[in-house]
Design a protein around this ligand. Sequence first.
Ligand SMILES: *[C@@H]1O[C@H](CO)[C@@H](O)[C@H](O)[C@H]1NC(C)=O
Ligand SMILES: *[C@@H]1O[C@H](CO)[C@@H](O)[C@H](O)[C@H]1NC(C)=O
Ligand SMILES: *[C@@H]1O[C@H](CO)[C@@H](O)[C@H](O)[C@H]1NC(C)=O
Length: 209
Amino acid sequence: MMAYAFLTWIVLLMLLRVIAYETVQDAAIISRHMVEHSINSIGTMATVYPSDHPTMAGQPFGLQEYYASCFSNGSLTLLVLPISRHSQNILHSPVHSASITISSQHPAASHSRVSLLGNVTVYQDWDNVFEEEAIKACYLGRHPDASRWLPNDEDAAHIAYWARFDPHSIYFVGGFGDEHYIGYIPLEIYQNASAARGVAGRVLIEQHA
Ligand SMILES: *[C@@H]1O[C@H](CO)[C@@H](O)[C@H](O)[C@H]1NC(C)=O
Ligand SMILES: *[C@@H]1O[C@H](CO)[C@@H](O)[C@H](O)[C@H]1NC(C)=O
Ligand SMILES: *[C@@H]1O[C@H](CO)[C@@H](O)[C@H](O)[C@H]1NC(C)=O
């Protein structure tokens, strides 16, 4: 009898643990939420200095960067200003690689954060920008000050190009590992996480209204 009660207790504990523990699907939803509903849509971007750089070749470089979440598949919109260090690193990288880290509103060891590793597609050709007006509205909705450095504007302070960041790998740290998911989120799960809101890939303009 005692052994039976003990066993029931163990099974119950295991079940509770399974229920409480963050699944990879939870991690994907939390990540998409952090990225899309961050207060300022600013992440910490990391790029690598090109191998032919005279003094910093191969060195990692991290600095904050504006982004806007304008696609339902989780790809991000960026403005690439060739004058910036990140842009130069991206443009010199053979696959235009970068990573962007976004954390919860109150960053702490016990709180969640996500690192998106991916490639940047830079639209140097004005005519090829996918749904340019919608992209612009979405981006300016998050970053009104960027109206002073938009692409194709003769009066702009700097040359700028629209760009799209497509994550290929997602690394999530939910907090402390006894309760939270820590590890990679498969791309498809991440891309699908908010799919209920629209057809994958469609621009979510209403999201920032
Ligand atoms: C994106 O980057 C990854 C890793 O660097 C690379 O394997 C892949 O070919 C790149 N994709 C594109 C479209 O450049
Ligand atoms: C993601 O969504 C697509 C299209 O609805 C579906 O075919 C695919 O199985 C989904 N993948 C995952 C991992 O949920
Ligand atoms: C995400 O959606 C955009 C817009 O449709 C598309 O251009 C981009 O290729 C998609 N990204 C990935 C990784 O499939």
